[in-house]
Design a protein around this ligand. Structure first.
Ligand SMILES: NC(=O)c1ccc[n+]([C@@H]2O[C@H](COP(=O)([O-])OP(=O)(O)OC[C@H]3O[C@@H](n4cnc5c(N)ncnc54)[C@H](O)[C@@H]3O)[C@@H](O)[C@H]2O)c1
Length: 274
C-alpha cells in the first residue's frame, strides 16, 4: 500500500555492481530494485534485507516500453517519488551492436520519458553515460539520431558510423545518453525536477571484470594512465549519486558528471586503440 511518508528511489540494474553499491548508499529511501531477471532481483533483495534496507523488487527489461511503464506505475505505488538511478546497461563485450543500442540508448530514452509523469519538485533522474561517451565528438551527422533512438531507422543510421563494432556503438550510445539528459532538462526543470548523467571511468564491477578478462593488457595500460593510479570502485560512483540526489546538488541539472579518476585527460586518438 502507498505510504506517502516513504521517499522512493528506483534503481535499474539494481543487481549489478554500481546498482548494488547505490542501493547500499541510499538506505535512507525505500528502494525499488529492478533488473532483467526476477532471480537476480530476488537475490539482491535478500542481500539488502540482510542489511535492513527497505527495498521491493520488480523485474523489467528496460528495452520494453510497456514493461518500463509498468515499472513506473509500480514505483508510484510505493510512496513519494524522489527519483530514478538508471544504471542498467551493457558494455560492448556483448558483441551485438544492436543490443548495445537498444539497452544503453533506447532504454535510457524510455526511462526518461516514462518517469517524466512522476517528476515533481525535488525529484532527480540519474542516467548513466560513460567517459567513453566523451570521446565521440559532436557531429550533426549522427547527433540527431542519438537524440531520438525511438526513430524508425535509428539503429540503421547509427550502424553507418560504427563499422560493425559493438564497442564503438557503446561509445556512441553513451554520447546519446548525455544528449538525452541535456534535451530533457527544460521539461523536467519546469516541474522543479532535475536530470543528470554520470560518466564513470573504469569501475571494478562484473561489467569491467569481463572487459578486463578480454583485454587484460589494455586494462592494465589504462590503469597506469589514470592520474589517480587506480581503477574505480562502485562506491566511488554511489557516493556521487547520493550527492546528486541530495539538496546539496539542487542547482545541477542537464549536465554530465565525469567520475573517472582523471582518465579522460589521458585518452587521445593516439593512445586508445579500439
Ligand atoms: N563498470 C564500468 O567500468 C563502467 C564504466 C562506464 C560506464 N558504466 C555504466 O554504468 C552502468 C552500470 O554498470 P555496471 O558496471 O554496474 O554493470 P553491471 O553489468 O554490473 O550491471 C548492469 C546491470 O544492468 C542489467 N541489465 C542489462 N540489460 C538489462 C535490460 N535490458 N533490462 C534491465 N536490466 C538490464 C544487468 O542485468 C546488470 O545487473 C552501465 O550503464 C554502464 O554502461 C560502467
Amino acid at each position: 500500500m502507498k505510504d506517502t511518508n516513504k521517499k522512493v528511489i528506483t534503481i535499474t540494474g539494481g543487481a549489478g555492481g554500481i546498482g548494488m553499491a547505490c542501493a547500499k548508499a541510499l538506505s535512507d529511501y525505500r528502494l525499488v530494485i529492478t533488473d532483467y531477471s526476477r532471480q537476480a532481483v530476488d537475490k539482491t533483495l535478500d542481500a539488502l534485507s540482510a542489511l535492513q534496507i527497505d527495498a521491493v523488487g520488480f523485474a523489467c527489461d528496460i528495452t520494453d516500453e510497456q514493461a518500463v511503464n509498468r515499472l513506473k506505475d509500480f514505483t508510484a505505488e510505493q510512496g513519494q517519488f524522489m527519483g530514478v538511478v538508471h544504471t542498467a546497461g551493457v558494455s560492448g563485450t556483448v558483441r551485438d551492436p544492436e543490443k548495445v543500442f537498444k539497452i544503453d540508448l533506447l532504454g535510457t530514452d524510455l526511462i526518461a520519458d516514462a518517469f517524466f509523469s512522476l517528476a515533481q519538485a525535488g525529484s532527480v533522474i540519474i542516467l548513466f553515460s560513460s567517459m567513453m561517451g566523451h570521446t565521440i565528438p559532436s557531429d550533426e551527422a549522427y547527433d540527431e539520431t542519438l537524440r531520438h533512438p525511438k526513430g524508425k531507422n535509428a539503429y540503421k543510421q547509427l550502424a553507418l558510423f560504427i563499422g560493425g563494432s559493438s564497442d564503438r556503438m557503446y561509445d556512441f550510445a553513451k554520447r546519446g545518453v548525455q544528449l538525452i539528459c541535456r534535451d530533457n532538462a527544460m521539461r523536467y526543470g519546469q516541474k522543479g525536477a532535475r536530470i543528470v548523467s554520470v560518466s564513470p571511468g573504469i569501475i571494478m564491477t562484473p561489467m569491467a571484470q569481463k572487459a578486463a578478462e578480454e583485454h587484460p593488457e589494455r586494462m592494465q595500460r589504462m590503469k597506469e594512465m589514470t592520474p589517480l593510479r587506480r581503477n574505480g570502485q562502485p562506491e566511488d560512483i554511489a557516493d556521487v549519486v547520493k550527492f546528486l540526489l541530495s539538496k546539496d546538488a539542487r542547482f545541477i541539472t542537464g549536465t554530465d558528471i565525469l567520475v573517472d579518476g582523471g582518465m579522460l585527460t589521458q585518452l587521445t586518438k593516439n593512445n586508445l586503440e579500439k
